[in-house]
Ligand binder design. Structure first.
Ligand code: OFO
Length: 174
């Protein structure tokens, strides 16, 4: 049986992963409304990924005989000044989720819950990938001097994000 504090943390993480899906869907819609199709497709492609993260946690709890409690999901942020702000907010969000996962892993180790710790290795590796991806985008913004203004740079940023979403570009090499 999983310890109560682990169950609480896992249930909270289920909500956080659902929130991430909602946040990226909202970000996709913000981009869509402004004709930023590449950015919209990038964020849309992240929605099922986040739902997959949620489902992995649910599956683990079901297998462990733990009680899954589905909580309310807060409304995601919907107002942004420009695309740079959206992308920086997404990177900040991934940093937050990484800290959440690391906290659960540290707690599992403290509790000598090696099964949960082992399950979380997948999430630790996944968060590392997410940080590489989103940090790569922020570095791309800085390298290109993209300000979020409409124009040629906006078209190029949308192409870049579309290529990332379709796996044609690598965040560390573009
Ligand atoms: Fe984007 O990694 Fe889950 O939350």
């Amino acid at each position: 049986m999983l310890k109560e504090n682990i169950v609480e943390l896992l249930n909270a993480q289920i909500t956080h992963e659902t929130y991430a899906a909602q946040l990226y869907l909202q970000m996709a819609m913000w981009c869509e409304e402004r004709g930023m199709r590449g950015a919209a497709s990038f964020f849309r492609s992240h929605v099922p990924e986040e739902m997959n993260h949620r489902d992995k946690l649910v599956n683990y709890m079901v297998e462990s005989g733990a009680k899954v409690l589905i909580d309310a999901v807060p409304a995601p942020r919907a107002d942004f000044d420009n695309l740079v702000e959206v992308l920086r907010a997404a990177y900040a969000h991934e940093q937050k989720v990484t800290a959440q996962i690391h906290h659960i892993a540290a707690t599992a180790l403290d509790e000598k819950d090696f099964s949960t710790f082992n399950m979380l290795q997948w999430f630790i590796a996944e968060q590392r990938e997410e940080l590489v991806l989103f940090r790569g985008i922020v570095e791309h913004i800085e390298l290109t001097g993209f300000t979020g203004e409409n124009g040629v740079a906006m078209v190029q940023m949308n192409r870049y994000l579309h290529r990332l979403a379709s796996g044609e570009a690598h965040p560390e090499l573009s």
